[in-house]
Design a protein around this ligand. Structure first.
Ligand SMILES: [Ca+2]
Length: 379
C-alpha cells in the first residue's frame, strides 16, 4: 500500500475476504466516524431521490447457502418485516441531485484521492472521486446513469438520510435479490458467464487489466454499466444489477461466522466490527462473487471504483411495485415495464433516449454496442 500524504491522510490497509477488494480507509484529521447507520424504522412519503422502489412483503426466506463459502453457511430460514428497496443502484444523476441540494462533499473529495483499478490492482488514485471515476482527467459526462462510485459507507449513509431512506441490511438485500426460491443468481441458476445477465469480469475487463476477466464472454463494459442495462438478469422482484456492476454497501458490520448465531427475525448484523458488508459483486468479479448469497466486506472508510449502493426503507409505501402477477398494469406502465420485463428507467433521460432508438422492449442491443467502449475516459 502506498502512503501518499502523511500530513493529512492516514491510510489503513484492509484486505477484504475475497482478496479482490484491496483498499484503504481514507481518514480525515479531526473527523470522527459518522455514526450514521442506525436503522431507521420510520419514514414516509416519497424519497427525495425520486427512485422507484420495490415493495417486499413480510415473510420468511432462506438466507445463506450450504454449498457456498464458509461465511455463507449455514443456510437458515429468516423472517423479515416488510420493506422497500430501490429498483436501481444509486446513479451519478441522483447523487448529483443530493450534492446540489446539500452541498455534501464526499470523503474522497475532501481527501483528494480514492482507489481505482489500474494495472492489475486497485491503486491509490489522486484526484479520483465520484465526479472523476478514473482520475482527475476523467469525468462522468455521458455517464449520469451509471452507478455512483468512490463513495464510502458514510457517504452512502448520508445520501440515504437525505433521501429519507437507509442502507438495507444484508438479509434484506439477499431477500430482495434472491426471492423465495433459493436461486443461485438473481436471474435463476443458469450459468453466469454469458455476458447476457450482468456486467462482470469479462473480456472487456480483461482488456482493461483485470487478470481474471473471462475472455470467452463479452458483456460490453470494462467498468461500470448504466443501471438497468441487463433486464434478463433482473431478480425475482425486478431489481436491476444486484448481480455485478458495483458492489453495494449494506448496513451491517461484517462477521464471518455471523450466520451461526444470528437471530432469525430481522437480523441487524453484529453490534460492532471492522468492516461493513458489501453485496452483489462488481464489474471486477467472476461468478463465485456474483451469487446472491456471496458475502464480502470492506472498510467503511474505503472508497473505490467498484463499490456503490442502493437504498431501502422499512415499510411498504402505497403505489410501490411488487413485481409479478399482482403488479397492476397502470403501475407497471408508470415505471416503464413492458410485458414482464423492465425496459429501463424512464426518469434517467439520457439512457431512455438511447433505448428509444433501438425499438427493443427488452435488451437494447444496439445501444449496448454503441457503449462497448467505456464511457469513462481513462486517465
Ligand atoms: Ca464487464
Amino acid at each position: 500500500m502506498e502512503a501518499i500524504d502523511t500530513r493529512t491522510i492516514r491510510m489503513i490497509r484492509c484486505l477484504a475476504l475475497t482478496g479482490l477488494t484491496l483498499c484503504a480507509t481514507i481518514v480525515l484529521p479531526g473527523k470522527s466516524v459518522d455514526p450514521a447507520g442506525t436503522l431507521t424504522r420510520s419514514g414516509a412519503g416519497k424519497g427525495a431521490d425520486d427512485c422507484p422502489m420495490v415493495a417486499i412483503p413480510a415473510g420468511e426466506f432462506v438466507l445463506g447457502a450450504d454449498d457456498g463459502s464458509a461465511d455463507q453457511r449455514p443456510a437458515h430460514r429468516v423472517r423479515l418485516d416488510a420493506f422497500s428497496i430501490d429498483l436501481y443502484e444509486v446513479t451519478n444523476l441522483r447523487f448529483d441531485r443530493f450534492v446540489k441540494a446539500t452541498g455534501y462533499r464526499t470523503v474522497a473529495e475532501r481527501a483528494g484521492h480514492s482507489f481505482a483499478w489500474k494495472f492489475v490492482q486497485w491503486s491509490t488514485a489522486r484526484g479520483a472521486d465520484w465526479r472523476h471515476p478514473r482520475g482527475p482527467r476523467s469525468s462522468i459526462d455521458g455517464a449520469m446513469n451509471h452507478p455512483v462510485v468512490h463513495v464510502t459507507w458514510d457517504d452512502a449513509s448520508a445520501f440515504c438520510r437525505w433521501a429519507g431512506k437507509r442502507l438495507p441490511t444484508e438479509a434484506e438485500w439477499e431477500r430482495a435479490a434472491r426471492g423465495l426460491d433459493g436461486r443461485r443468481y438473481s436471474w435463476g441458476s443458469r450459468e453466469a458467464h454469458t455476458g447476457r445477465y450482468a456486467n462482470f469480469a469479462d473480456r472487456q475487463a480483461k482488456l482493461a487489466g483485470v487478470p481474471w476477466g473471462h475472455e470467452g464472454f463479452d458483456d460490453g463494459f470494462a467498468f461500470t454499466a448504466p443501471v438497468g442495462t441487463f433486464p434478463e438478469g433482473a431478480g425475482p422482484h425486478g431489481l436491476m444489477d444486484t448481480t455485478g456492476n458495483v458492489w453495494e454497501w449494506c448496513h451491517d458490520w461484517y462477521e464471518k461466522t455471523y450466520y451461526v448465531t444470528s437471530p432469525v427475525k430481522d437480523p441487524p448484523g453484529p453490534a460492532s466490527g471492522e468492516t461493513r458488508v458489501v453485496r452483489g459483486g462488481s464489474w471486477a468479479n467472476h461468478a463465485a462473487f456474483l451469487r446472491t448469497t456471496a458475502r464480502d466486506s470492506s472498510n467503511p472508510g474505503c472508497a473505490s471504483d467498484a463499490i456503490g449502493f442502493r437504498c431501502a426503507r422499512s415499510r411498504q409505501e402505497p403505489g410501490l411495485l411488487y413485481r409479478g402477477a399482482r403488479a397492476a398494469p397502470a403501475t407497471a406502465q408508470k415505471i416503464g415495464i413492458s410485458g414482464s420485463r423492465y425496459r429501463t428507467e424512464p426518469r434517467i433521460k439520457t439512457w431512455s433516449a438511447t433505448v428509444a432508438t433501438t425499438g427493443s422492449p427488452t435488451r437494447p442491443r444496439a445501444a449496448r454496442s454503441s457503449l462497448r467502449k467505456p464511457t469513462i475516459a481513462r486517465p
